[in-house]
Design a protein around this ligand. Structure first.
Ligand code: C2O
Ligand code: CU
Ligand code: CU
Length: 464
């Protein structure tokens, strides 16, 4: 069974990888590949962003090159740096199928959202002129064509955004891209014996979401992340179709959570393990000043390796101590809500019979049905529930706060601004809807297990 291979090879990986210190040059010849960051596009000076969805080919695991897709490259897309203000994007598509660029986590109007109603047809362009106006955060973008999102994201149509206000030095945060500020796209992918990337979801995969047998980080397998001996910032994106990670370090060192999906926490929160569901981002600080570098692992109890680190003493550690404060306290939305909605993510009986059954409040997604309208500027409380398995719930156009999880206060991972939250049972969220969305380009709300989303666990709302 593929899954067992994955765990077996992961165990070997840990034994081989645990705690190596490599000096300068050690990366050159016989040692594993050094992890590369996605290329950068800095839009701050120009206020412009041009990207093209294109076909390419990528070799993984030393296997043959296979067809993949990406934004302006063969697999995945560049890391886009942006700041608040106008941003004119120009998205091209040289593929033979419609794609889109959805700005997951951006608080922008529906007509710029890039969801299923805004396909970029083959050979054409989409040119949204956005007004970026939100707190600094690690955001992401991906294709969002209904019934094709899972396949397209799997094959590479996703990338990371750094929204910055240029004040990371004041906050005492590392910010040198690829040196002490690493962007890590976590994806599990499935490979056949010849090392070819495969996506062939079975009935079970459709039910539980597709799980791969190998980890790719930034599209690379088995690469080692070089870090300086000091405090390093890791910006993690769970870009997997369905896998939930419970991340920890092999030597148990603390993880200092500093940001959730929508921005910074007031101060770092020390954790041993933290959860990252599909679509979620987290920024963490890790102290690499000790003599050995640990392995980033997932799922205590059934642990497997995610990413190996190695110290590189030629890299300068600009930050050597943890900041005790990052931001002023978060604005609270508690008590401001004027409307309550119940939203249940359903896996109904139909699915057991081989049919659909993926729905929200009993209704499978329909491009032509608007589920409700939210008053522009209002705060709403949504009581979101899951059936059968925990579903990661995502809302477009907002950042929300988690009010409660199964009646308890939110866990640290969910204590800041969020746009995606794993809902094991019943989770209450509060959101202020600050951006309009018309019935032509409504906002989506959906499960971020991409197989569930494509199968109909998605709805849409307008804001006016
Ligand atoms: Cu990450 Cu509706 O999207
Ligand atoms: Cu989104
Ligand atoms: Cu789901």
């Amino acid at each position: 069974m593929k899954r067992r291979d994955f765990l077996t090879s992961a165990a070997a990986f840990v034994v081989a990888g645990g705690g190596s210190t490599w000096a300068r040059g050690a990366f050159a010849a016989e040692t594993p590949l050094r992890l590369q960051m996605p290329p950068l596009i800095d839009t701050r000076a120009s206020g412009r962003l041009a990207m093209t969805a294109q076909a390419g080919s990528s070799g993984f695991l030393g296997g043959p090159a296979v067809p993949t897709i990406g934004y302006s490259q063969a697999y995945l897309g560049p890391t886009v740096i942006m700041q608040n203000g106008p941003l004119a994007a120009e998205i091209g598509n040289t593929l033979g199928e419609p794609v889109s660029v959805h700005w997951h986590g951006m608080k922008i109007a529906g007509n710029h959202d890039g969801g299923p109603h805004q396909p970029v047809l083959p050979g054409s362009f989409w040119k949204p002129e956005m007004q970026v106006n939100q707190d600094p955060a690690t955001i992401w973008y991906h294709s969002h064509i209904h019934e094709r999102t899972a396949q397209q994201v799997y094959n590479g149509l996703a990338g990371v955004i750094h929204l910055t206000d240029g004040r990371d030095d004041d906050r005492g945060l590392p910010s040198a891209y690829g040196v002490d500020d690493l962007t890590l796209v976590l994806q599990d992918r499935s490979f056949d014996r010849a090392g070819r990337l495969v996506y062939d979801p079975s009935m079970m995969d459709r039910m539980h979401g597709f799980h791969g047998n190998r980890m790719l980080i930034n599209g690379q397998s088995g690469a080692v992340a070089a870090v300086p001996k000091g405090i390093v910032r890791l910006r993690l994106l769970n870009g997997s179709n369905a896998r939930v990670y419970n991340l920890f370090f092999s030597d148990g060192r603390p993880i200092h959570l500093v940001a959730t999906d929508g921005g910074f926490l007031p101060q770092p929160v020390a954790l041993k393990v933290f959860q990252l569901a599909p679509g979620e981002r987290a920024e963490i600080l890790v102290d690499f000043s000790s003599a050995v570098a640990p392995v980033l692992m997932s799922d205590p109890g059934q642990a497997y390796g995610v990413l190996e680190f190695a110290l590189d003493e030629t890299l300068s550690a600009r930050i050597t101590s943890l900041p005790d404060k990052i931001e002023s306290p978060l604005e609270e939305l508690t008590g401001l809500d004027t409307q309550t909605r119940r939203i249940s993510m359903d896996m109904g009986m139909g699915m057991m019979m081989g049919g659909g059954g993926f729905a929200i409040n009993g209704n499978p997604f329909d491009m032509d049905r608007i589920d409700f309208n939210v008053a522009l500027g209002s705060v709403e409380r949504w009581i979101v529930s899951s059936s059968m398995v925990a579903h990661p719930f995502h809302v477009h156009g907002v950042q929300f706060r988690v009010l409660s999880e199964d009646g308890s206060p939110p866990r640290p991972e969910n204590s800041g601004w969020k746009d995606t939250v794993l809902v094991p049972g019943e989770t209450e969220i509060l959101a202020r809807f600050e951006h309009p969305a018309s019935k032509e380009t409504p906002f989506m709300f959906h499960c971020h297990i991409l197989e569930h989303e494509d199968a109909g666990m998605m709805g849409q709302f307008t804001v006016s």
